[in-house]
Design a protein around this ligand. Structure first.
Ligand code: SF4
Ligand code: SF4
Length: 139
């Protein structure tokens, strides 16, 4: 495209901005807000360690833990989602909503630690065969 046609397009091509609250379309694979499913979370805290932006906080308690996410710190890199083996994290495929105050989109979950079900005890070993005391039996 030569400079003249580019100028012409920019000058007369119409507005490229959108009026709020309209949002631009996103491409396939777009990484938006991180979503958390407390039902699937095992409380391993790997996401917290993978998040170098400190958008995820994890606080362990007695019998539960608190998982928090602040999109205001998030860079939408997706490392937390990739590292969650329990598939408890996902990312929206649309742009995050506009917010006016710091921490407005922050959310926090208190999740009870899942108790592991004990495997049933193994049956006791069978009694050893009694020695054969009949005449001619082995001793
Ligand atoms: S969201 Fe995933 S990575 Fe984070 S604590 Fe839960 S199970 Fe672990
Ligand atoms: S997408 Fe990246 S910055 Fe956002 S919470 Fe996950 S690891 Fe942190």
């Amino acid at each position: 495209m030569n400079i003249v046609s580019m100028l012409w397009k920019n000058l007369w091509g119409g507005s490229r901005t959108m009026l709020f609250p309209a949002r631009p379309k996103v491409s396939e694979g777009f990484r938006g807000l991180v979503r958390f499913d407390p039902e699937l979370c095992t409380g391993c805290a790997i996401c917290r360690f993978r998040c170098t932006a400190r958008a995820i906080e994890f606080r362990a308690g007695k019998g539960d833990f608190v998982w928090s996410y602040d999109p205001g710190h998030c860079t939408f890199c997706g490392r937390c989602v990739e590292g969650c083996k329990a598939h408890a994290l996902s990312q929206d495929s649309e742009t995050p909503p506009v917010y006016l105050n710091i921490g407005e989109l922050k959310n926090s979950y208190t999740v009870a630690r899942k108790t592991t079900v004990k495997a049933p005890a193994a049956p006791p070993p069978a009694d050893p065969k009694p020695a054969d005391s009949s005449p001619g039996g082995t001793q």
